[in-house]
Design a protein around this ligand. Sequence first.
Ligand code: ADP
Ligand code: MG
Length: 257
Amino acid sequence: MSAAETLASSVRADAPPAISLKGVNKWFGALHVLRDVNLDVSLGERVVVCGPSGSGKSTLIRCINRLEEHQEGQIIVDGIELSNDLRSLDAIRREVGMVFQSFNLFPHLTILENCTLAPIWVRKMPKKEAEELAMEYLTRVRIPEQANKYPGQLSGGQQQRVAIARALCMKPKIMLFDEPTSALDPEMIKEVLDTMVMLAETGMTMICVTHEMGFARTVADRVIFMDRGEIVESGEPQSLFANPQTERLQTFLSQIL
Ligand code: ADP
Ligand code: MG
């Protein structure tokens, strides 16, 4: 892929970091899953996280919206330090949208209802306004005509686009993606990646766990390679992929490229 196909950067280096992790450690029982992780993500920055299965990628991003708790170190998201204070938890969940590998749509609600549920109940948005907003985002992910169907009537790629629209309906400042295309059939991967590129073009701050290296090359300001709970290498995609500094990254790239 040529440099011409990479997106212009929207990094706002002048603003405080959108996300800041300092000396973060996490254990599951005796298993040390995050080892002294230090990471600042700028406003508008697009970070791709890659690494072998079990290296702690999901745990890292789940700690950022506090689906998991870390035991040591500091995580600050949009100026709010993550702690057990419930108000900070509420604030974070409003600012941070997340899209998972399994789409996690509510099967008994229509597409439109899936998208309006949180804005109505969490953001206290009037129903009509929430529906207009949902239609706007469903149009942006190019499936407005599916609004009154149920998730089971949609393809996997369409469901994942609904999951992205649903997250955007909360007007998050930051979007986290955890392998959003890895459960999809190959012909549906592109439509979801295109939706993510569209989102990147809006200047959204994004952390995406993915092994789609074409996407990383096009979109990422920075790629982070994790192995055994550590950030082993990070850098611009072009240089990181062309000149891996560690044997661990060389081995990983030789397996996926
Ligand atoms: P990745 O997303 O890179 O595949 P994960 O963050 O899911 O890695 O997992 C990191 C390590 O933590 C793995 O060894 C995994 O088995 C373990 N792990 C993940 N979640 C839990 C959990 N809830 N309880 C115990 N161990 C877990
Ligand atoms: Mg994972």
